[in-house]
Design a binder for this molecule. Structure first.
Ligand code: UDX
Length: 461
């Protein structure tokens, strides 16, 4: 029990620190999750040090600038750096040594097999172990990186114990604390989470982490480490399932001459279904959903279980960009030699992240069909040029549309909604496939263009 824990000698050490209001927190990994977590704890009055092996990232954070596009988070980072509540360093061991709590927030990217690459987690764990070995105090170590269930127990804990010569649960605390933040609202999602999951295999570890979160108002779910790891996958796989369900219903609607929008809106009004994440599009991308579905699928297969749903999710998601191409071909015929404008290259509007963006398979298929592609994205173009240097890039959405034989909107940037007569009438053949249902169909049609929304049956008639 929490009150009981406060009476133990070690508990008192943590309590007295917490009462003073300032905890020294080290965040290992200055990416989306690490910086959102760090800025949140700094905003709550703690002293935060972000440690990263990438020097340019550390320089950027030290000057109050984010290495990615997330305006609200950047504003608060700049404030925290100015007030001295956040520092950044490449010296992970020193930063962890001087902290009461250490959050491991490094990336766990997909390997070609779908398995996650846990080498960054291992490197971080080794550095934290060295910090524990060189310290006399009882530290709280928190795994925040997304890892398949049993990784913290099978990899992180043994590394921490072996290299520090100390025992988890006795000499240091160990928790698993998954994050659920969305890019574009990273700080808000951290400050006001739907739940805080605290996975711990001993009472004191869980108690210490709950104390750290005491100013954040959210339901707390206390569980063991393995279940906390699984909660993250269970959540993201459900989101991916919901999106894929919406896509499949929309694809069927389109073929039956039905508009999927009111269909999905009405289905979502059932509280058992829920209206969020029911927007059809060109599939789910980003740093989490595709990676997590693949990793859980790989983990299940390793345990001898065939996860048919997960396999179907990935297959449907892979073919979803073809829906937009199919609609365009139906309207303008063979794409060979046609100039096609692709609007939006990020994995969703509002971010500059191109990880698992559906723009990549979309553009690749268009090129394979002999189309001449011109692309534009308000933020993600420099990142996309690196992976696809050969296509033409435009300076604005209007410039992208000029002289084209058709357009596909791939990401829901709000500014695309402002496109009107001036831009659409500059197309050679004004046919617009709205792959995210983010434009105003009446406005597009009023400009004389043909509007084809994904999952929009009228297009089939
Ligand atoms: C996601 C989860 O939402 C978050 O909880 C987790 O911690 C990390 O992964 P994020 O990667 O920021 O967050 O993307 P999200 O906003 O969930 O969108 C994922 C993809 O699904 C995007 O490509 C988006 O365009 C697509 N999507 C989302 C749809 O196609 N339809 C929807 O209704 C919602």
């Amino acid at each position: 029990m929490v009150s009981g824990m406060a009476q133990t000698a070690r508990g008192r050490v943590i309590d007295s620190l917490a009462v003073q209001g300032t905890m020294k927190i080290c965040i290992v990994g200055a990416g989306y999750v690490g910086l959102a977590t760090g800025v949140m704890f700094a905003k709550l009055g703690n002293e935060v040090t972000c440690a990263d092996i990438d020097e340019s990232r550390v320089r950027s954070v030290s000057s109050g600038m984010l290495p990615f596009h997330e305006p609200a988070l950047e504003k608060e980072l700049a404030k925290a750096v100015k007030s001295g509540n956040i520092k950044a360093t490449v010296k992970t061991v020193d930063a962890a040594k001087g902290s009461h709590a250490v959050f491991i927030c490094v990336q766990t990217p997909s390997l070609p097999s779908g398995k996650i690459d846990i080498r960054p987690v291992k490197t971080a764990s080794r550095a934290v172990a060295r910090a524990i070995r060189g310290s006399d105090d009882h530290k709280l170590i928190v795994m925040k990186s997304t890892v398949v269930p049993t990784t913290t127990d099978a990899v992180v804990r043994p590394l921490l114990e072996r290299l520090s010569g100390k025992l988890a649960g006795r000499d240091f605390s160990l928790c698993m604390n998954p994050e659920f933040l969305q890019e574009g609202s990273a700080l808000n999602d951290s400050m006001k989470p739907s739940r805080i999951v605290i996975g711990a295999d001993d009472k004191r570890s869980g108690y210490e982490l709950a104390r750290l979160y005491r100013q954040v108002k959210a339901p707390i779910v206390r569980t063991d480490i393995r279940s906390a790891e699984m909660i993250k996958y269970a959540s993201n796989v459900f989101l991916a399932t919901k999106i894929t369900y919406a896509n499949e219903i929309a694809n069927i609607c389109a073929r039956l001459g039905i508009d999927s929008e009111p269909v999905l809106a009405a289905a979502g009004m059932d509280p058992r279904i829920g209206s969020l994440f029911l927007k059809p599009g060109l599939g789910f991308g980003g740093s989490c959903l595709p990676k997590d579905v693949k990793a859980l699928r790989d983990g299940a297969l390793r345990e001898g279980y065939k996860p048919r749903l997960l396999t179907a999710l990935l297959a449907t998601n892979d073919s979803q960009p073809n829906e937009a191409i199919r609609m365009l071909e139906k309207s303008i015929g063979d794409l060979r030699g046609k100039k096609i404008a692709v609007l939006g290259l990020a994995f969703k509007g509002g971010v500059d992240d191109i990880r698992e963006t559906r723009a990549l398979p979309l553009v690749t298929s268009l090129l394979a069909k002999g189309a001449l592609v011109t692309a534009f994205d308000p933020m993600a173009m420099p990142n996309f040029i690196r992976i696809m240097p050969t296509i033409r890039y435009a300076e604005s959405a209007g410039d992208c549309l000029k002289g084209s034989d058709g357009c596909i909107v791939q990401a829901d940037w709000p500014e695309f909604k402002r496109l009107g007569k001036k831009e659409f009438s500059s197309m050679r053949r004004p046919v617009v496939v709205d792959g995210r249902r983010c434009l105003d169909p009446r406005k597009v049609r009023a400009s004389g263009a043909t509007y084809l929304g994904i999952g929009y049956g009228l297009a089939e008639r």
